[in-house]
Design a protein around this ligand. Structure first.
Ligand code: NAP
Length: 307
């Protein structure tokens, strides 16, 4: 029986682990198959306080994990495939093994959103990617397209200019969600071309089992055309990882956990932290703060229950 089980090992989960471990609660962190969360797929993080020169995302998240382990947090790998949160203690199924816990912190984050084209899905891993940091290296001297108009797309486009012979950013509107500083960087990068009011209709060519190009359409003129592409990066946001809590934890229509104040969910003893609940800020520092809040609430809950 665990006092605290934490699902997720990104900034939120690891920070919750630091706090819970320091409170002598010996938390168990289920790290997930994509351990480290979004930070493990990013490059330089320039806005996490305390690092004037910036710090690489994977290093930052690993440091927080080590900090948690130093205080006694335990980590296991694998994904949560089922949960029973309607009975006490809560039960969490990690790859077939049920684990019991008095409190649960859900810090399972959010996964990349895809365009949903059949051709895109068929070519994931064969030229289609959602992670420039993971796959950019494969496109040295090649033609790259990035889809999206938010900070993620800007970050990916900029990063990919290290590798690609040319990088084009395709966005469906002519207004951007991205912050001004990130958008300006892209606009001033001579290696990046912008294709606005343009959508990707098809990724070519599934019959060749590799990306050879894209079919684009300009939404203003209606014109459609094809362009040669080697690497196709989709950076259009994320979907919260809450499927295993369906019917138990209250979520909004998009699946983000609904907060009941602080880090509380609709189930007493189950707390949320990070991107799985936060669709607004979604920063490393806010996720870390949310992890701290969740652990403190778990500690208070356990104390009130006499543990
Ligand atoms: P986002 O801000 O939600 O932007 C998603 C973008 O994808 C939007 O431009 C959207 O277009 C477009 N999009 C969505 N669905 C689409 C579809 N089906 N087809 C074509 N385009 C589609 O997501 P994000 O860029 O991942 O950023 C998420 C959060 O993380 C933000 O708060 C951001 O500031 C933060 N972030 C920060 C950094 C950093 O500071 N270093 C880096 C990355 C992310 P519309 O605009 O037309 O809706």
């Amino acid at each position: 029986m665990r006092n605290v089980l934490i699902i997720g090992s990104g900034c939120a989960g690891n920070t919750a682990a630091v706090y819970a471990a320091r409170a002598n609660l010996r938390p168990l962190v289920v790290a997930g198959k994509h351990a480290g969360g979004q930070l493990s797929m990013t490059t330089l993080v320039e806005n996490f306080p305390g690092f004037p020169e910036g710090i690489n995302g994977p290093e930052l998240v690993e440091n927080i994990k080590k900090q948690a382990q130093n205080f006694g947090a335990e980590y296991i790998h694998g994904d949560v495939i089922d949960t029973d949160l309607l009975n006490h203690p809560f039960r969490i199924n990690v790859e077939g093994e049920w684990i019991e816990t008095r409190t649960l912190i859900i810090a399972s984050g959010a996964s990349a959103r895809w365009l949903g084209l059949d051709s895109e899905q068929k070519l994931i891993g064969h030229g289609v990617s959602s992670c420039a940091t993971c796959d950019g290296f494969f496109y040295r001297g090649k033609k790259i397209k990035v889809v999206g108009g938010g900070d993620s797309a800007m970050e990916e486009a900029n990063f990919l200019t290290r590798f690609g012979s040319e990088v084009a950013l395709v966005h469906r509107r002519d207004q951007f969600r991205a912050s001004k500083i990130m958008l300006d960087r892209v606009k001033h990068n001579p290696k990046i071309k912008m294709l606005t009011s343009t959508v990707v209709e098809e990724v070519l060519d599934p019959s060749q089992h590799t990306v050879t190009g894209v079919r684009l359409r300009n939404l203003t003129t209606g014109a459609a055309w094809e362009q040669e592409v080697d690497g196709f990066f989709v950076a259009i946001g994320h979907i919260p990882n809450t499927a295993v809590f369906k019917g138990q934890i209250d979520t909004d229509p998009d699946g983000y956990i609904l907060s009941k104040g602080g880090a509380r969910t609709n189930i007493p003893g189950v707390f949320h932290a990070g991107d799985v609940q936060d669709r607004l800020y979604r920063q490393a520092i806010t996720a870390a703060g949310a992890g701290c809040m969740a652990a403190m609430e778990a500690e208070r809950y356990l104390e009130a229950e006499g543990h």
